[in-house]
Design a binder for this molecule. Structure first.
Ligand SMILES: [Zn+2]
Length: 163
């Protein structure tokens, strides 16, 4: 989609003082912080649905108590944005593994290598160095993407319950 260029048609091409404040439709929307706050619960729900509410690092099943299931990062969110919403870096975890065992990273690493191949830890380590900054459109696209994925899971579950 092409960005709309907003011009205020000032004569002689002279920029009025307010020019910087002229907003496109996008700019009037939510802030980056608000978009991240909106995206996280959607992304987290997708991760927990994908992993069937089963702790990645100890195998505990939380289908009867879904709210006790977290979406836990391997490379923590404090390391920046580059892996914050990377599906390989986030998996369902129980409270004990995610909080008490601080991610249970030894077990996490073993499972990542099993599931994504032996190069995954180095790859994540490389990506982690990227000082990623999100544009609003990226976050908006991810919100839409993961809302869709969550919907798909829910439709599938409903269909399964019918049979
Ligand atoms: Zn666990």
């Amino acid at each position: 989609m092409k960005d709309k260029i907003v011009r205020n048609g000032s004569p002689e091409g002279k920029k009025p003082a307010k020019a910087k404040k002229v907003s496109t439709k996008l700019e009037k929307g939510k802030s980056i912080k608000e978009l991240k706050a909106k995206l996280w619960p959607i992304f987290s729900k997708f991760i927990r649905l994908r992993d069937n509410y089963t702790c990645y690092t100890c195998g505990k099943v939380m289908l009867d108590n879904k709210s006790s299931c977290h979406a836990g990062h391997y490379v923590p969110q404090s390391k920046g944005n580059a892996l914050r919403y990377d599906e390989r870096n986030v998996h369902a975890q129980c409270f004990v593994c995610n909080n008490m065992r601080r991610g249970n990273l030894y077990e996490y690493a073993i499972r990542l290598e099993r599931d994504y191949g032996p190069g995954i830890l180095q790859e994540l380590d490389e990506i982690k160095k990227d000082l990623k900054k999100f544009a609003r459109w990226e976050l908006e696209e991810m919100i839409e993407l993961y809302q869709g994925k969550v919907r798909d899971f829910e439709v599938c579950r409903q269909a399964e319950e019918l049979f």
